[in-house]
Design a protein around this ligand. Structure first.
Ligand code: GLN
Length: 482
């Protein structure tokens, strides 16, 4: 049962091949079996899941329900879930039981999905390897000596190991696409503003965006349809109708114009990955697409700009975690200052502290113009690069990450080396564009992902482009032998 896609499972439920309760039990037992090794889940919500499954079965028995009714999913632990620990991978929120649900959680619940639990992640979504989680690293199911990517590494590993058929992730600089690539699954980061950020613990508010992670583009289309849409509680939420992402999956790709940015294929890219990307692009040519080289001349500035903007915004967002209102509080504080200093000192891990320090510095009087303002200007240049590119092409293709999953410890001592694993994904967040990663092969027995970047609100087209490829290839059907 666990090998089926979310779409297939939904069909089986409608055909009464099994009940949602049986399905939920099956996945819960797979989690029980695999989680001690993979560490993908921080919390398993067994009782809640079984209760939700029974309610879904009652709806299905009446012949009612939508395309996701009764299907198990799991939430990245960055989303607030009512009555359930919402840790964000941090000691700071280890004791935080959220009094409310995030909009994404609420919408997936309204769609009838069954939440199996909360997924492990880098602390406050800062990282590319899951090594910064307070709950210990997630293991890559293809090779437990390698990282699953980050920060949505728990989501990617859980889907890859078929512990759950679909999950949520969030992507500030690549955290859906890079782990999807490292674990051999499909992930979509939507256009900024498409999915509500309300109740999603903030890292860098102008970059953060939630999206679906699943084995296939077809499954991502189903999940995105439930997650997306206007939310008055998020001031950057866009008021646009949500299309039926499943309806256009089979559209023909004849005449599709693909752009390959020359900056994505330079030094630093593993040649084996370059070969697999070109092979996937050849597949698209067989489907009727045309290919041309393009240029994104300011690409090399995306890392430096991101590592000013993201820490600046995080230093402000994380100021609320002060040991007073909620979250971790140190023992026996001497006075208020000691309470702040020790609560934050003990509650946050090293990477989070590094970002807060960098961000506070960049925003401080006298440095604002030199760093934050400058980074915002670079951000505009990067958006304009994409704007020019999308005047000529419909989709941009390239690698998701310069390497396959690396070994634990390989990059954790060198922040710059770690930051480079998002070199191809970050610009997309700075511009607020949608991006996907789809599996296109293996190198040294580890999955390789290809990135698809679309214009604003091109999610339908991106999902269609990914789905057509998945109809003629089988990389997305591969799963590790567990
Ligand atoms: N790896 C990047 C970072 O550490 C991106 C993280 C993310 O997208 N949440 O900031």
């Amino acid at each position: 049962m666990h090998e089926k896609t979310l779409a297939e499972l939904a069909l089986g439920l409608k055909m009464k091949e099994y009940s949602s309760e049986e399905l939920t039990q099956a996945f819960l037992s797979r989690i029980g079996h695999l989680n001690p090794t993979l560490n993908a889940f921080i919390t398993v919500t067994e009782d809640g899941a079984l209760a939700d499954a029974r309610s879904a079965d009652a709806v299905l028995a009446k012949g009612a329900g939508g395309p996701l009714t009764g299907v198990p999913i799991a939430q990245k632990d960055i989303f607030c879930t009512k009555g359930v620990r919402s840790s964000c991978g941090s000691r700071m929120l280890d004791n935080f039981i959220s009094p409310y649900d995030a909009t994404v959680v609420e919408r997936l619940q309204q769609a009838g999905t069954v939440m199996l639990g909360k997924l492990n992640m880098d602390e406050f979504a800062m990282g590319s390897s899951n090594e910064t989680s307070y709950y210990g690293p997630v293991k890559n199911p293809w090779d437990t000596g390698s990282v699953p990517g980050g920060s949505s590494g728990g989501s990617a590993a859980a889907v890859a190991a078929r512990m759950v058929p679909g999950a949520t992730g969030t992507d500030t600089g690549g955290s859906i696409r890079q782990p999807a690539s490292f674990c051999g699954i499909t992930g979509l980061k939507p256009t900024y503003g498409l999915v509500s950020r309300w109740g999603m613990i903030a890292f860098a508010s102008s970059l953060d965006q939630a999206g679906p992670m699943a084995a296939t583009a077809e499954d991502c289309a189903l999940l995105l349809g439930a997650m997306a849409g206007f939310d008055p509680r998020d001031s950057t939420s866009l008021d646009r109708p949500v299309p039926d992402y499943s309806a256009t999956l089979n559209d023909c790709l004849a005449g599709l114009r693909i752009g390959l940015p020359k900056e994505f294929f330079g030094d630093g890219l593993d040649p084996d990955i370059a070969r697999l990307i070109h092979a996937a692009v050849d597949e698209y040519q067989k489907l009727g697409a045309t290919v041309r080289e393009i240029s994104l001349p300011n690409m090399h500035l995306s890392g430096p700009a991101y590592y000013v903007v993201a820490p600046a915004e995080c230093s402000s967002n994380l100021a609320r975690l002060d040991g007073v209102r909620y979250g971790y509080r140190c023992q026996k504080p001497k006075d208020l200052k000691d309470l702040y200093m020790r609560s934050r000192g003990e509650g946050f891990g090293a990477e989070v502290k590094r970002r807060i320090l960098i961000g506070t510095y960049a925003l401080s009087a006298g440095y604002y113009d030199a760093y934050y303002l400058k980074a915002q200007k670079i951000r505009r240049l990067i958006s304009e690069d994409f704007k020019r590119a999308f005047a000529e092409v419909d989709v941009i293709m390239g690698p998701t990450s310069p390497s396959v999953a690396f070994r634990f410890g390989e990059k954790s001592a060198d922040p710059i080396a770690m930051y480079l694993s998002d070199i191809y994904t970050i610009a997309v967040n700075l511009a607020g564009l949608p991006g996907m990663s789809i599996p296109v092969g293996f190198s040294t027995n580890l999955p390789v992902g290809m990135q698809l970047i679309g214009n604003y609100f091109a999610e339908e087209r991106l999902l269609n482009i990914a789905h057509r490829y998945q109809q003629v290839t089988d990389w997305h059907t591969r799963s590790p032998d567990l």
